[in-house]
Design a protein around this ligand. Structure first.
Ligand code: ATP
Ligand code: MG
Length: 381
């Protein structure tokens, strides 16, 4: 029986397994290695992953995502209230006072806890792995953000149990990334030599995590971690969407903020625009047909504007980078490499901050999307 690694991200999940001396990531039924962290409930059935994401706009109130931020939190936690304001489905207090969601499922109003939602995604990931590997899967290693509290960790374990899995270990995202790095580097110093010191930067959809690590052959020591628990790609998407909302108010006399469906469509398009801006230095277009009141809307944005809008976010990235330096007591001259992973480290301004703070070009030795899950699978090898 194989042990699989799961990375449950706020936006996407990955699955990996150790096989025949190597690590393989596993594709889903759409031949895609990433599975959206989305669940869509309908009167007849539930959808998980890509098929759920496809229904996001059509089934807005019963398609749930972004609940990773709600895990293990009381409903009246200010963070929950902040998330609730951004989500088009109903976030409600459950009987025990924790946050959950209320949706229509199988012709009834039903409440689900974040653990149950996470379990649905794990069920999907487990099925995907079982189909790909042709065997039953029970044992797994699951990654969690390094800043997750005990309560949040217990919730993740509960979710694996509901999904019929046996979680052998919860591993910090940062540790998983460092393991991925260590295993493939054949030229690490021996135990007697000075260790190789590497900074890892992981910026995902909703969290920023950094770790300073020291490597010798067969030995990994995490010197320090630093995080901004609420900073990621989605903050950039929201800023871009706010910008166009203003612009469209003036130009088209429509207000995306008044229509949840329009707002979600706008944020999704702004995310695509953000990604295009990462690979193009010119201004990039935004076009949405039949956006509101049958109006087609257009706009454009370039990197300069994005960086102007995101000046506060980028300052927080810089502060977190400086924090890991301080916590680890590393001097710039002690750092051998800065490795970047996570989708949002593709933003050019984030890469430039690596250069500014650490005085080094960021390295991309690792697969930015799969480093975490590969580390989980390695742990089982
Ligand atoms: P988290 O780790 O916060 O729970 P996650 O693991 O799901 O979330 P990732 O898959 O690492 O997050 O990254 C997703 C984020 O990266 C999204 O916000 C996405 O828009 C962003 N992203 C992906 N590619 C690019 C790109 N080329 N340019 C800018 N941002 C990108
Ligand atoms: Mg992640």
């Amino acid at each position: 029986m194989s042990v699989v690694g799961f990375d449950f991200g706020n936006q996407t999940c990955y699955i990996a397994v150790a096989r025949q001396g190597g690590i393989e990531t596993i594709a889903n039924e759409y031949s895609d290695r990433q599975t959206p962290s989305v669940v869509s409930l309908t009167d007849t059935r539930r959808y998980m992953g890509a098929s759920a994401k496809n229904q996001q706009i059509a089934n807005l109130k019963n398609t749930v995502w972004g609940w990773k931020k709600l895990i293990g939190r009381a409903y009246d936690d200010p963070l929950v209230q902040k998330e609730k304001a951004m989500l088009p489905f109903e976030v409600v207090p459950l009987e025990n006072g924790t946050a959950g969601v209320k949706v229509r499922y199988l012709e009834e109003n039903q409440m689900f806890s974040p653990e149950q939602l996470t379990a649905m995604i794990f069920t999907k990931l487990k099925e995907t792995a079982q189909i790909a590997l042709g065997m039953k899967i029970i044992d797994c290693v699951v990654s969690v953000p390094c800043y997750f509290s005990d309560v949040e960790r217990r919730s993740m374990l509960a979710a694996t149990q509901i999904a019929g899995l046996n979680c052998l270990r919860l591993m910090n995202d940062t540790t998983a990334t460092a393991l991925s790095y260590g295993i493939y580097k054949q030229d690490l110093p021996t135990l007697e030599e000075r260790s190789r010191q590497v900074i890892f930067v992981d910026m995902g959809h909703s969290g920023l995590q950094l770790a300073a690590c020291a490597f010798n052959k067969g030995k990994l020591k995490v010197l320090a971690t630093a995080a901004d628990t609420n900073l990621g790609g989605r903050d950039f998407d929201n800023l871009i969407a706010e910008h166009f909302t203003e612009e469209f108010r003036d130009r088209y006399k429509i207000d995306a903020k008044t229509r949840p469906r329009a707002w979600v469509r706008l944020v999704n398009e702004c995310e695509k625009l953000k990604k295009r801006m990462s690979s193009n230095s010119m201004e990039m277009p935004l076009n949405i047909e039949c956006f509101m009141e049958d109006k087609d809307v257009t706009g454009k944005m370039g990197r300069e504007k994005l960086e102007e809008l995101a000046v506060g976010l980028l300052q927080r990235v810089e502060n977190t980078m400086k924090a890991v330096l301080q916590y680890s007591n590393l001097k710039l001259a002690d750092i051998d490499a800065v490795e970047i992973v996570g989708g949002s480290t593709r933003i050019p301004a984030v890469k430039q901050l690596v250069q500014k703070v650490f005085g080094k070009e960021p390295s991309t030795t690792l697969n930015a999307d799969e480093a975490v899950v590969r580390g989980c699978a390695l742990q089982c090898a």
